[in-house]
Every structure is written in C-alpha cells, then in structure tokens.
Design a protein around this ligand. Structure first.
Ligand code: NAD
Length: 469
C-alpha cells in the first residue's frame, strides 16, 4: 500500500488535523538500513555522549504549547493531559539518562574462580510499533533506553495519532531515529526485516499476536506490552473519602478510559455497596467534565473513533447504567461516550470479562476476600490491579496474591506509577518491562568474556574435558 493517511480529530467530526505518507516495504527497508549504518558508529560512542542526545530532546519538551495542542487535536485527549504527557516524557528521558551509565557499565570480577567480564551490548536496530493512546510517552519509553544502550531505532507510530510524536522524533540527531508511517503492512515489514534485532510493541492483543508471530519467525526477541483488564479491589476498611474517590474515578476515566492500566472493573464489599456507589457518583460530579479536548475545563474527551464509540455505547446500556459527571459538549459533534458506572452485572458480562477500553465501568460486590481475589485473577490478562485499604500491611499482603505485573495501593493508574518501578504484564498482557532499570536493560544483551583460573598463566590446569568446578 502507498499514499497517505488523513488524521482526524475524534472530537470534531470532519476536522482533518494533518496527513502522513504511508511507507512502502522499500521505504521501510531504506529506513532500517540507514538506522543500521548509523548504529555502527553510534553504538561505539561513550555512554555519556549517547545520553546527551536524550537530555537535549528532554529539554525541548518542557513548554511546547503547539505540540500539546496538536496531540490534543489528533488524540482527543484534554489539553492539560497532553501538556502533562509531553512534560512527563521529558522527565522520563532525563531519568533514563541519569541511570544509564550505572546500568550499562561493564561488570568485572577477578577472583579465585578466574576473570569474568560482563558487557551489556546493544542489539543493533530496534523496530518499535506504538499505539495512539499515549503516543509520546509510550514511544519515548522505547527510544530513550534503546539509544542510551547504543541501538538506533525505527518507529512506526499509530496512524490514529502520528503527528505530535513524529515532530518530537525529528528532534533527534540525523540517522539515529527513523519514522515510517502506515498500518499493519508497514508494521509487518518493519518487524520482519532481517536487520531489525529487537522488536518493541505496545498495543492490543490481536496486533500483539501478529507481531509476536512475525518476530518469532525471524528469531527476533520482542517486548510486548499488551492490554489489561485491571481490577480495583476495595477491602472492607477502605477509605472512601472524597480525595480517594476522585483518584479512583480519574483512574477509570483518564483519556476517556482508553488506558492500558485504567481501573476497568471495581469490586466492593456487599455491605458498603450503596455508600461506595454514592461516593463514586459524587466524585464523578466533581472531577468528570466531558468535552472538547481544547476546552479548558474538559477532563474527559471523546473516544478515538466512530467504531469505538458505537461499541462502548452498546456496553453502556448493560445492567443498570448510572450516567456520570457533566456533559459540556454537543455529543453528536464527535465520538463522545458519556462516562457511565454499570451496576447490576455479574462477572460473565462482556464489560467485566473483557477489556472495554473506554469510559464505561462496572462495579461488582463480594462477601469474602478469597472469593474476590479469585474473581480478580480470573481471565487471561494480568497488566495492572489495585487494592484499597486503610491498613498498608493488609493491602500489601493482599497485593502479593494478584496475578498482575503492577499493583497500585490506594490509587490506580498514572498517579500510582514510579519511574523506578518496572511496568509490564503477566499472562497474556505481554512480556518484557518498561520503566525502571529493567526498562533500560531490555535493550541490551549480556555478553560474557571469561578466563577460568585453571588456565591463567601459572594456573594449576585441569583435565581437557572436565566440567568447571
Ligand atoms: P493496536 O494494537 O490496534 O495498534 C497498535 C499499533 O500496532 C499501531 O501502530 C498499529 O498500526 C499497529 N498494528 C496493528 N496491527 C498490526 C499488525 N498486524 N502488524 C503490525 N503492526 C500492527 O492498538 P491501539 O488501538 O493503538 O491501542 C490500544 C491497545 O493497546 C489496548 O488494548 C491497550 O490496553 C493497549 N495498550 C497497552 C499498553 C501497555 O503498556 N501494556 C499501553 C497502552 C495501550
């Protein structure tokens, strides 16, 4: 396929925000070869020179209002969130730069067993395929560590929100970061390219399976960050104060619920159900304003497409829906879905059993902690989870038993993350980690150089076919 893709504002039907050219397989090949040629010199530079590149780009992300507006218009996310994501991506790049030298340093051991050198070597060219829902941070989480470790990278952004991230990637020095646009075909050409030595993917399960299969066929290692169906479990002693409920509500409705680690199903003790529902509705009245991304008081924008809106409106009619928050826009103007709390459902309902990826959230009740734990752990996904309790130790003891890559305590989502804490899924939510030191070592291969003590000059020697002691 060739031609171009029009990028539309999901909050204003008919408004075209920009256009990107679709890369052909030949153009993907050219980009990968150019990245390969640049990598040979770049990979040999001292780490201090490589991380200087990250710091320079981080500095450009501090106060770029035009970029935030572009991201808001292409993604539909509220302008304040877009400013925050861009600024946070800069904070992450600086953090990765500050840790890289330590994490990537050679490890020497010289003792009675011999002399051992462990090196963290780059893979070469990384191929990254990224989603539209947080395109800036989810791309720079790959680009930053990949470059720090001495790789170069070719990125295929989502065609739904490629414009702001492409502008940022153009700020990296020539040759190190290449961008190819397009859909599955361009992505497949990138992942299967023989010079791509590592694949980094964030997105949904269907694309994850296709990309994982292509990478497996090429014997290329991959990090796959896939979807989640995060449970939020309130223990009997949980604090339902205004502040806690405001955090929970935004943990579900941030980016209109289109977040991999949103609170997607809520479990509360049966005895506290009415209190919880009333507190949740009151919190939503305080913090949820559905509106256009550029309107100053909007906290929840549209969903990404007409298809997503239609799917979510059908889910919002399940059980006993409670509409939430304030509507500050003509709903027909874009792909707006009213934030909704769903009551009266059981675990078999599709909005409980599967990832809804939108602003429609079910609340369920339980009697026994053992029972709710089993229900929270049911299903194939295991990205995030949260536990809410007035007793930290009780919360941590419960958290240990979640089948989840990241458990938040007394919050859920963005507000509960930490730069130093690795993030990623268990089960079918994927493998590999971003953030933390693991998010840097993900882009390295450990290579060993070893001289056994027995064969050092003056060593005692050992049998020619012996196993090492
Ligand atoms: P998507 O899977 O539709 O698309 C992601 C990227 O993959 C896009 O660039 C797309 O063009 C590309 N792609 C799609 N099919 C492909 C194929 N067959 N071969 C190669 N490339 C292909 O996902 P999306 O709608 O952009 O994002 C939503 C999903 O991403 C949700 O399930 C969400 O939970 C998940 N997600 C996960 C994380 C995480 O960190 N685990 C973060 C954000 C989003």
């Amino acid at each position: 396929m060739s031609g171009s893709i029009a990028v539309e504002n999901p909050g204003r039907i008919g408004e075209v925000v920009g256009e990107v050219p679709v890369a052909t397989a030949a153009q993907v090949d050219t980009a990968v070869r150019a990245a390969g040629a640049a990598q040979r010199a770049f990979g040999g530079l001292p780490v201090a020179e490589r991380i200087a590149v990250l710091e320079r780009v981080a500095g450009s992300l501090e106060d770029d209002e035009a970029l935030a507006e572009l991201l808001a218009r292409e993604s539909g996310k509220p302008l304040g969130d877009c400013r925050g994501e861009i600024r946070f991506a800069g904070v992450y790049l600086r953090w990765a730069a500050s840790r890289a030298a330590g994490v990537l340093a050679d490890a020497h051991t010289d003792d009675a067993s011999g002399r051992l050198l462990l090196r963290r070597r780059p893979f070469g060219v990384v191929g990254a395929i990224t989603p539209w829902n947080a395109p800036i941070i989810l791309t720079l989480l790959k680009v930053g560590p990949a470059l720090a470790a001495g790789n170069t990278i070719v990125v295929k952004p989502s065609p739904l929100a490629p414009l702001a991230i492409a502008r940022i990637l153009a700020r990296f020095p020539d040759g190190l970061v290449h961008v190819v646009h397009g859909e599955a075909e361009a992505g497949a050409a990138l992942v299967s390219h023989p010079l791509v030595r590592k694949v980094a993917f964030t997105g949904g399960e269907a694309a994850g399976r296709a990309i994982g299969a292509l990478a497996g066929k090429a014997i290329t290692p991959a990090v796959l960050e896939l979807g989640g169906n995060d449970p939020a479990v309130f223990l009997a002693d949980a604090d339902l104060s205004d502040a806690a409920m405001d955090r929970l509500v935004m943990g579900s409705f941030q980016s209109a619920g289109q977040v991999c680690m949103a609170a997607k199903r809520l479990y509360v003790p049966e005895a506290r159900f009415a209190e919880f529902r009333d507190a949740y509705v009151a919190a939503a009245a305080r913090v949820v304003v559905l509106g256009d991304a550029l309107a100053p008081d909007t906290t929840v924008g549209p969903v990404i497409s007409a298809g997503a809106a239609e799917r979510l409106r059908a889910l919002a009619a399940l059980g006993e829906p409670v509409p939430l928050g304030r509507v500050a826009v003509d709903l027909a103007r874009g792909h707006y879905v009213r934030p909704t709390l769903l009551t009266g459902l059981d675990d078999a309902s599709p909005v409980v059993a599967d990832e809804q990826f939108g602003p429609v959230v079910p609340v369920l009740t339980y009697r026994e902690e053992e029972d709710v734990l089993a229900r929270a752990n049911a299903g194939e996904l295991g990205l995030g989870a949260s536990v809410w309790s007035a007793d930290e130790d009780r919360a941590f003891a419960f958290a240990r038993r979640f089948e989840a890559g990241f458990t938040f305590v007394n919050t859920h989502g963005r507000t509960g993350m930490a730069l130093r804490a690795p993030f990623g899924g268990v089960k079918r939510s994927g493998f590999g980690r971003e953030y933390g030191e693991e998010g840097i070592t993900e882009y390295t291969q450990t290579c060993a150089v070893h001289l056994p003590a027995a064969f050092r000059a003056g060593g005692a020697g050992m049998g020619a076919a012996a196993y090492p002691a």
